[in-house]
Ligand binder design. Structure first.
Ligand SMILES: *Cc1c(COP(=O)(O)O)cnc(C)c1O
Ligand SMILES: [Zn+2]
Length: 391
């Protein structure tokens, strides 16, 4: 890796909120000028055919648009290129024209978090970090434990005590050190960062680490490619920290900017689905704010959505406004019903977060914002298996 790092990185970091930039080969967390997240500027090949390597496994078919050196070995476990399944009966039942479910539960460690951690750990290993910490509502910790094991990097995972036991067991199965925290992911974050600062480790929290979101953006590339290089009218994402939604929105801008899509393809509406017990983005969007105040006392059984103070708030609210999108809060009770419906109507092992997305979609059809002419992609972000256990 030292040879790769000797050459300048072919990507740059730019601040999502101010004019600050940094070279790609800087180990960094937030913008030093304004404490907002970095994003990565990658130059896409001018021809889509040159940018996609269909012979590469999983998300690495988009390696040309990711922050990796040309010949660098990557940390991979088979992440990405998840199935996009059309669900015509469900589309008809809820009243949209066409509906596809992208099943992210089929990733390593059973959630889309694998995509981000593949990139984060590839970069962290290249920087020679001593160890990594992460606060997690669950799945990010499981994914990080797996990728850190693959790379031989020590890892400490900080998770709320209320995290579903199958997810905690997955963290332990990969040999990570697990620290259970009283409170929510925000409390876990303070502990994780304190340990990292004290011991010279690197914290890979959502959007404090610049490259996880680059892994997430491959969902946007896959969505377009799997629809025949077209875009839907809307995509629905169950949103906690915001990395998934922000990544997909960034991918669409990149593909359009490079001319990879027919100019007639309009950008989809961004639909943010949140739990009613933790809906900071829904509340801020309704109030027309550009930033979200932290949600006090977050509660929901969909652990991936229990993120009271997302660092991606400004980027999420911007994407919602730019796309003419919508943000919908869903009660746990409705989430349970819609999770069951999603699984039973499609055979996809729906996570509660996927059920949350379906419930948000149903609400928007009821409001008339989506209708029988709408084409919609819904992300089932994890696997229902992670939420089933017996005492
Ligand atoms: C993390 C997670 C989410 C929320 O994703 P963000 O990128 O943090 O918004 C949704 N669903 C599941 C299953 C998750 O693990
Ligand atoms: Zn800045």
């Amino acid at each position: 890796m030292s040879t790769s790092l000797a050459m300048a990185a072919p990507w740059r970091l730019y601040c999502s909120a101010c004019d600050t930039t940094a070279p790609g080969d800087t180990l960094t967390s937030l913008c030093p000028a304004c404490s907002q997240p970095w994003l990565t500027n990658v130059t896409l090949p001018g021809q889509r055919e040159d940018g996609v390597d269909a012979s590469a496994r999983g998300l690495w078919r988009y390696r040309s648009v990711l922050p990796v050196f040309p010949d660098e070995p990557v940390v991979a476990l088979g992440e990405g290129w998840t199935p996009m399944m059309e669900a015509p009966a469900l589309a008809q039942a809820i009243g949209v024209g066409r509906l596809w479910i992208k099943d992210e539960g089929q990733n390593p460690t059973a959630s889309f978090k694998a995509r981000g951690m593949a990139l984060a750990i590839t970069r962290a290993r290249a920087f020679g970090v001593r160890g990594v910490t992460v606060p997690t509502a669950g799945n990010a910790g499981a994914a990080l434990a797996a990728y850190a094991a693959a790379a031989g990097v020590p890892v400490r995972v900080y998770a709320p005590r209320t995290t579903p036991p199958p997810i905690l067991d997955t963290v332990l199965a990969f040999g990570a050190t697990l620290i259970l925290v009283d409170g929510h992911i925000g409390d876990a974050g303070r502990e994780a960062r304190a340990y990292a600062a004290e011991h010279g480790w690197f914290d890979v929290s959502t959007l404090r680490e610049p490259y996880r979101v680059e892994g997430m953006k491959t969902m946007g590339y896959e969505m377009a490619e799997q629809l025949g290089w077209r875009l839907p009218d809307a995509f629905v994402y169950p949103t906690g920290g915001g990395e998934g939604t922000i990544g997909i929105w960034k991918a669409i801008a990149e593909m359009q900017g490079a001319g990879w899509l027919n100019p007639a393809e309009r950008r989809p509406k961004v639909i943010v689905a949140q739990a009613a017990g933790c809906a900071p983005i829904v509340r801020a969007f309704a109030a027309n704010e550009s930033a979200a105040a932290p949600w006090i006392d977050p509660t929901t059984y969909a652990s991936g959505l229990r993120v009271p103070g997302p660092l991606g708030d400004r980027l999420l609210l911007r994407a919602l406004r730019e796309s003419g999108g919508a943000a919908v809060a869903v009660t746990d009770e409705v989430m349970r019903t819609e999770t069951a419906r999603l699984a039973q109507a499609t055979g996809i092992d729906a996570a509660p977060e996927g059920g949350c997305a379906l419930a948000a979609l149903v609400t928007l059809v009821e409001r008339g914002e989506l209708h029988a002419g709408s084409e919609v992609v819904l992300f089932n972000t994890g696997s229902g298996a992670s939420y089933r256990w017996r005492n």
